[in-house]
Design a protein around this ligand. Structure first.
Ligand code: CU
Length: 128
């Protein structure tokens, strides 16, 4: 065995460590921002629930609907009456709820497993 092998390996390992420290740190999660006058409605899904059973929104206010799966299998967030379907690949939509008092049914749009049919919620547009 060459006697310089170990020192060289140690130096390479150190350089790699420095590289990881400098470059490998995960980015801090960014606060989600929406334009002024626009509201953010965050929806998350787990097995087999949405984070709320009722989402209240203000009428005639632009909303950004932002959907994410927190854990479990892949889920979707669909508002059938509004033709909105949010998934991992298209997690955002903009919508202005213009009917005060209206209620929209939400269901999971991806066949996710045993609790799929119970993944239901509502969006309720508050009175003006
Ligand atoms: Cu599902």
């Amino acid at each position: 065995m060459y006697k310089w092998t170990m020192p060289v390996l140690i130096v390479i390992a150190c350089l790699f460590g420095v590289y990881l420290l400098a470059d490998g740190l995960p980015e801090r999660p960014k606060e989600e921002k929406v334009a002024e006058g626009t509201e953010l409605l965050k929806i998350t899904a787990t097995n087999f629930n949405f984070n709320e059973t009722e989402y209240h929104v203000k009428p005639n206010t632009p909303y950004v609907l932002s959907f994410s799966n927190l854990n479990g299998t892949n889920h979707g967030f669909a508002i059938a009456d509004l033709n909105i379907n949010l998934t991992k690949d298209s997690p955002k939509a903009e919508y202005t709820f213009d009917k005060p008092g209206a209620t929209y049914e939400i269901h999971c749009s991806i066949m996710c497993g045993q609790g799929h049919k119970d993944m239901i919620a509502k969006i309720i547009v508050d009175a003006a």
